[in-house]
Design a protein around this ligand. Structure first.
Ligand code: ARE
Ligand code: CA
Length: 486
């Protein structure tokens, strides 16, 4: 399940957090397809609890009520249209699968699709799940049934994560319902899943459930293709449960990655040490890893948050993202956020008066408005997604550093990046590994049809080139590749 199932030549996904299906379909056609993105991680598509206090927080989507495909992002018809239109332009859809639990709390209510539920009596008629489908006192020994001690593997997996009713995934009926939900999505044409709260499920239960999944839809994928699965496991070390218990099943989310890169680009750890970035920093194997600078939780202090770079610190954020996309390690994901008031980290997506999610408005210059940040559309980031596609398969070579915060490296003979994280000027001649010629710097501008709107770099017959980057630049990076030769 570790193969991302991207269309040929595509290697990065973006999380369009809380976007509507109609907007994602358009974004695939007008932007993600043409720019070479592999796919989109979408917010959970299944019916969730309508939370009104606080008013419609983003996190209500992590409180399942049923597996009907009706949420604020859209209904099943819109979901099907999105999957079809994105696949048609070679962009995959990866579903955030919330399968560890259902909503918790005492009060009964109705979900985003109108289905009733009653957590007090453990009744979810929309699935249906009933009292015997959840872990209880026999499986979880904490007084209130919730998780308190991450030092106990049993507690983390059999008790309630923040009070959410914990599904008994060892039971055949529950496995069948969960696999049935995932197979419904596969039949529609999704490429795989981000598995929410994987750490809170026993590896053997996940192996069993994934074993029940169908191959991907042959309308879009070669026959016999298994779904891509990446499991959300927060592992910074020091707990009972680690990534290695899951990396044999599918990929795992690598949370160390963004924390460590934030330290470097905040000038708390010299960039020269990035020379051996990857497994040697205590991270899982590259082929088991999904990497990112921030995610929807840790950008707002949830889910082990704190310390990561986000769009708010745009200069450093771009530099870290450029490094990530240039470096061979891991399968890369770009966060695409909505802005929120930092004091209210529960705030949901931009919405209209009736609380429906706002359309994503794109201006003439390609930037988003109305509260949608669209990091994936920032020129420096988009162009590095293209860089990664061009250099894929080559290894890191021609490493250079100044012993401090200025670094450079090539990807084989296909691409070269120079990063000046020092705050003082860089001016030096480096061996790039690239064939001689004039290249477009895809950080300062865009390349199309032999023309470059940014600065250009000439590489001599000896493969050397002169690089100058001001210490006060807002974009102190130069990146060139053989797909952008002038
Ligand atoms: C909300 C309220 C709670 C309330 C609950 C039930 O905030 O106060 O009790 O509802 O009514 C998201 C939000 C939660 C939210 C939940 C449900 O972040 O605040 O609860 O939705 O609406 C652990 C898990 C990890 C999980 C993080 C958040 O291991 O899997 O917590 N991340 C995923 C998603 C989240 C989502 C959920 C899971 C739930 O990405 O967006 O929660 O579906 C250490 C440990 C980590 C631990 C972390 C935080 O770092 O190593 O394992 O992460 O602490 O506790
Ligand atoms: Ca569990």
């Amino acid at each position: 399940y570790s193969n991302p199932t991207c269309a040929a030549g595509r290697h990065t996904i973006t999380h369009l957090f809380e976007w509507k299906w109609t907007d994602i379909a358009q974004e695939c056609e007008r932007f993600l397809g043409p720019k070479g993105f592999c796919g989109v991680q979408i917010s959970p598509p299944n019916e969730n609890r309508v939370v009104t206090s606080p008013n419609r927080p983003w996190w209500e989507r992590y409180q399942p009520v049923s597996y009907h495909l009706t949420t604020r992002s859209g209904n099943e018809e819109q979901f099907r249209d999105m999957v079809n239109r994105c696949n048609r332009v070679n962009v995959r859809i990866y579903v955030d699968a919330v399968i560890n639990h259902m909503t918790g709390g005492g009060e009964s209510g109705r979900g985003t699709g109108g289905t009733s539920f009653n957590p007090g009596s453990l009744q979810f008629p929309g699935v249906p799940f009933g009292p015997t489908d959840f872990n209880g006192g026999g499986q979880c020994q904490t007084g209130d049934g919730s998780i308190h001690n991450y030092g106990s593997a049993n507690e983390v997996r059999n008790c309630r994560l923040v009070g959410l009713l914990d599904l008994m995934l060892g039971k055949d009926y529950v496995r069948q319902k969960v696999a049935g939900y995932m197979n419904h999505l596969i039949s529609i044409g999704v490429g795989g899943f981000r598995v929410d709260a994987a750490k809170h499920m026993w590896p053997a239960d996940l192996t069993n459930i994934f074993g029940r999944l169908s191959n991907l839809n042959t309308a879009y994928f070669p026959s016999g293709t298994r779904p891509f699965i990446f499991q959300e496991v927060i592992d910074m070390g020091g707990e009972a449960i680690g990534m290695s218990e899951y990396s044999g099943i599918g990929r795992v989310t690598n949370f160390i990655y963004g924390i460590k890169l934030a330290q470097v680009f905040r000038n708390q750890n010299q960039a020269k040490y990035l020379r051996n970035w990857g497994e040697q920093w205590g991270m899982p194997s590259t082929s088991d890893s999904v990497v990112f600078i921030d995610n929807h939780d840790n950008q707002r202090g949830h889910g082990g948050g704190g310390g990561v770079l986000t769009y708010r610190d745009s200069k450093r954020y771009k530099m870290a993202t450029e490094f990530m996309l240039a470096h061979p390690y891991g399968f890369t994901r770009i966060m695409s956020s909505f802005s929120w008031n930092e004091a209210n980290n529960w705030e949901g997506p931009p919405h209209n008066g009736d609380m429906s999610i706002k359309n994503v408005h794109v201006s003439g210059d390609g930037s988003c408005g109305d509260g949608w940040v669209c990091e994936h559309r920032w020129r420096q980031i988009t162009n590095m997604v293209g860089f990664r596609n061009v250099v894929m398969g080559t290894s890191l070579a021609h490493w250079w550093d100044n012993g401090n915060y200025q670094i450079a490296f090539s990807r084989g003979n296909k691409g070269f990046i120079v990063i000046n994280a020092q705050g003082s000027d860089l001016s030096t001649t480096l061996t790039t590994g690239l064939p001689s010629g004039t290249y477009c710097d895809v950080i300062s501008g865009d390349y199309s049809n032999g023309r470059c709107t940014g600065s250009s770099i000439s590489v001599g017959n000896d493969s050397r080139a002169r690089f100058t980057i001001s210490g006060s630049s807002q974009d102190p990076v130069i990146a060139i590749h053989i797909g952008a030769k002038i």
